[in-house]
Design a protein around this ligand. Structure first.
Ligand code: GDG
Length: 471
């Protein structure tokens, strides 16, 4: 019987060592939930890095046995590999270029050498279990070379690839010294998915301009194969957020917030620490709101959660310092003895607290400079009963779907300022009609729908290719 193999940089688990044995916590994140319906079935499996460095052979065997029960298979990576393949090539070259921050890119040959070697390592793990007829779904920018590496060794498999971050325009992508190798790597797949049609267009244009392939609309011909490039906007587990918002523990947390915050308007922002998320620009817009509208003093507050991320990379450390300074300045400038304008948290919270904040927040401010999709915007909508205003950057993939949000250009301070004022003053009826339209969309196109349409498309391609080759 053929099986489905999911491959991503990280497995959807957290492993921790207590005394001499390991324990496992399976992630409840959206992707893990959505793909749960795939990898947990039958003989299917998910391959990825287990998140901790393990060198001892006995310990490796323990971890393999533990993960096997969950249909997971670990790839073990050394500190050097993580440093050069993950932090280096993936997060200091691909991440900044793909998010249009080209001056942050460090084109180190060593990073490239490790990126190739680790993609090879993943290939070995896949080939150790893959059989002709299997379906392999590879995720994200850490594994761009993997589709071709597998295809070269195993012809009769169906390979899907999905990129969770944007694909930049050719003028950005061409800066990468190894651009042709990356494109050829991705084109080993039968189906390449992105969140938006803009990404599809950018990828197709980069491919036809960098390597000798021909495209007809969004189909690229590679030797005797057709590769379909298409948009699959990712959804969330909307049902989970809606039911959590009604949970008694969450309701208690909401009541606590109501007591502390009284009837003041709450603006919420939630991001990983990242320069692509536009955190400083958002603070500037909020500062302007307080500067130009003193009547809002003590009437509004910004709750800003920044989840620690990649803080071993210089630009992330700098960004954290800049945020600290700016929050400090704004609070020092506007606070009163009983109120301060920004509640800033540099840590992560349990999902229940997140949902309580989504439920209490009158406004959610999501203003990335560039974002593949942005799930926070959808989680806010799913957690709302009927009112609430979403302010959303046009640079987030989600803006292509969530047209009833207030859409802003995060580089346009004046526009962000006006959107915040409009959101604060928006009549309840307008809030409701916008929010209900948004909720319809988020409920209908959820994570399960996303997994299904990608897998169905991949299966259809296999059938179509079979017919084409039989002719
Ligand atoms: C990449 C792409 C694309 C945040 N704080 C807490 C917490 N979170 C969770 C949110 C949300 C997730 O983290 C963040 O997802 P985003 O989509 O907003 O952003 P990235 O992490 O950059 O994800 C992005 C995504 O992949 C999927 O394809 O949308 O464009 O960059 O789910 O809820 N969760 C908990 N506590 C927190 O404090 N529990």
């Amino acid at each position: 019987m053929s099986r489905t193999i999911i491959v991503s940089n990280r497995l959807p688990v957290k492993i921790s060592k207590e005394e001499s044995s390991f324990t496992l916590k399976v992630s409840e994140g959206g992707l893990a939930t959505g793909l749960g319906s795939v990898y947990k079935q039958d003989d299917n499996i998910w391959i990825g890095w287990c998140g901790t460095e393990i060198n001892d052979d006995e310990e490796k065997a323990q971890v393999i046995a533990l993960l096997q029960k969950e249909n997971l298979l670990p790839v073990f990576l050394s500190e050097e590999e993580i440093l050069n393949y993950y932090e280096g090539f993936s997060n200091e070259i691909l991440w900044p270029i793909f998010h249009y921050m080209s001056t942050y890119a460090q084109f180190e040959q060593k990073y490239w050498d490790y990126y190739q070697a680790v993609n090879q390592k993943f290939k070995q793990e896949v080939l150790a279990i893959a059989q002709p007829g299997d379906t392999i779904w590879i995720h994200d920018y850490q594994l761009l070379l993997l589709p071709k590496l597998i295809r070269d060794e195993l012809k009769d498999v169906s390979i899907g690839f999905f990129q969770h971050i944007p694909f930049p325009s050719f003028e950005l992508f061409r800066l990468i010294p190894w651009r042709a190798e990356l494109l050829n790597g991705m084109l080993g797949a039968d189906l390449i998915g992105f969140h938006t049609y803009d990404d599809v267009r950018h990828f197709t244009s980069s491919a036809t301009r960098s390597i000798p392939v021909h495209a007809t609309a969004n189909i690229i011909q590679v030797a005797d194969r057709n590769v379909l490039i298409d948009a699959f906007p990712m959804g969330i587990d909307a049902e989970k957020f809606e039911s959590l918002s009604k949970d008694s523990k969450v309701q208690e947390e909401i009541a606590n917030y109501n007591e502390i915050l009284k009837d003041s308007k709450v603006i919420l922002s939630v991001d990983r620490l990242d320069y692509s998320k536009g955190i400083l620009q958002r603070l500037m817009a909020f500062e302007k709101v307080l500067t130009d509208n003193p009547e809002y003093i003590e009437k509004i507050s910004l709750h800003m959660i920044v989840v620690p991320s990649r803080d071993s990379i210089a630009q992330y450390k700098e960004l954290r310092d800049d945020i600290d300074k700016m929050v400090g300045n704004i609070n020092a400038r506007f606070r009163t003895s009983s109120w301060h304008p920004i509640h800033y948290f540099y840590r992560s919270f349990p999902v229940e607290t997140l949902v309580a904040l989504y439920s209490r927040a009158d406004i959610c401010l999501v203003t990335p400079m560039r974002d593949g999709m942005n799930l926070v915007s959808k989680e806010y909508i799913a957690s709302r009963k009927d009112k609430g205003v979403l302010i959303l950057s046009e640079m987030a993939g989600a803006s292509k779907e969530l047209a009833d949000a207030l859409i802003v250009n995060p580089n346009n301070l004046g526009e962000m300022y006006r959107a915040i004022i409009q959101a604060i003053e928006m009549p309840e009826e307008e809030q409701k009609s916008r929010m209900l339209a948004l909720k319809d969309l988020v409920n209908k196109f959820d994570i399960h729908h996303w997994v299904k349409i990608f897998m169905d498309q991949l299966a259809d391609i296999k059938v179509a290719e079979g017919i084409r080759k039989a002719k």
